[in-house]
Design a protein around this ligand. Structure first.
Ligand code: NAD
Length: 236
């Protein structure tokens, strides 16, 4: 018997989360969004345990089951010079604890072919200075993904996506910012939404515990001073 699919998207009010939610809606899937920004969705902070419990109850009261859980809400980025204990903890709560706890809350309600997709970042493997809170959260969610894939074997597939630079402002980015990327452009939210749709589809039925980096090839190119237009100019 066919029943309407149900998706949950955290941070689905704008950016990548909105593109993911829109792609699900276009397929006829019911989408439940939680976002800290007030709007026409469940408004709340995913860092709050009671909020997550209330949200999960609200989703199940409305839909009864969950097919797809997309953990996407954005953790804050602060560096070791300025980041307080509380701010670091907050980033980890948004970026790691909330995806863990929401998965746990929805586990009894997952359908037979459920799929969890965690949005990590290419920063789970590379860094700019002063990004510790965000980078730690992204490393955490990438590892959480394979742990949950094994624990949830037979109940849900769990994968992560590591986006590179995704422009969420619909700008026309040209010049070096675009050309430095092996594919010659900056990413769009739809680049990530397409992979979320694929990972949630039957075609991805043999994929679990996997991470897919979607970054236009930026993490795959070697950079040496004087080669391929790369010039090192030290600040000192
Ligand atoms: P965005 O700022 O456009 O959207 C993030 C959404 O999350 C917003 O709607 C915001 O209100 C919501 N949000 C933030 N904190 C929240 C909280 N505590 N509780 C509930 N909702 C909250 O960001 P984006 O670029 O679309 O990022 C989406 C995801 O993709 C994030 O996990 C981000 O780390 C990841 N990512 C983005 C890029 C990029 O270049 N845009 C690159 C790598 C990874």
């Amino acid at each position: 018997m066919y029943r309407t699919k149900v998706a949950v998207v955290t941070g689905g009010a704008r950016g990548i989360g909105k593109a993911v939610a829109d792609a699900f809606r276009a397929e006829g899937t019911i989408v439940h969004v939680i976002d800290i920004t007030p709007g026409d969705w469940f408004t709340g902070d995913v860092a709050n345990k009671e909020t997550l419990e209330e949200f999960a109850g609200w989703v199940i009261a409305q839909s009864g089951h969950v097919d797809y859980l997309i953990n996407n809400a954005l953790p804050i980025m602060k560096g070791i010079d300025d980041c307080s204990f509380e701010e670091f903890q907050y980033a980890l709560t948004v970026g790691v604890t909330a995806p863990f706890y929401l998965t746990k809350l929805f586990m009894p309600y997952f359908s037979d072919e459920a799929s969890v997709v965690n949005i990590a970042s290419s920063r789970d493997r590379m860094s700019q200075p002063q990004t510790e809170s965000y980078t730690a959260a992204k490393g955490g969610i990438a590892a959480l993904t394979h742990a949950m894939a094994v624990s949830l074997a037979g109940r849900a597939r769990v994968n992560s996506i590591s986006p590179g630079w995704i422009d969420t402002t619909d700008s026309d980015i040209t010049g070096p910012d675009a050309l430095q990327q092996p594919v010659g452009r900056v990413g769009k939210p739809e680049d990530i939404a397409a992979m979320v749709s694929f990972l949630c589809s039957d075609q991805a039925g043999f994929i679990t515990g996997e991470n897919i980096c979607i970054d236009g090839g930026m993490t795959r190119q070697m950079i040496y001073h004087g080669e391929h237009g790369w010039i090192y100019k030290p600040n000192v």
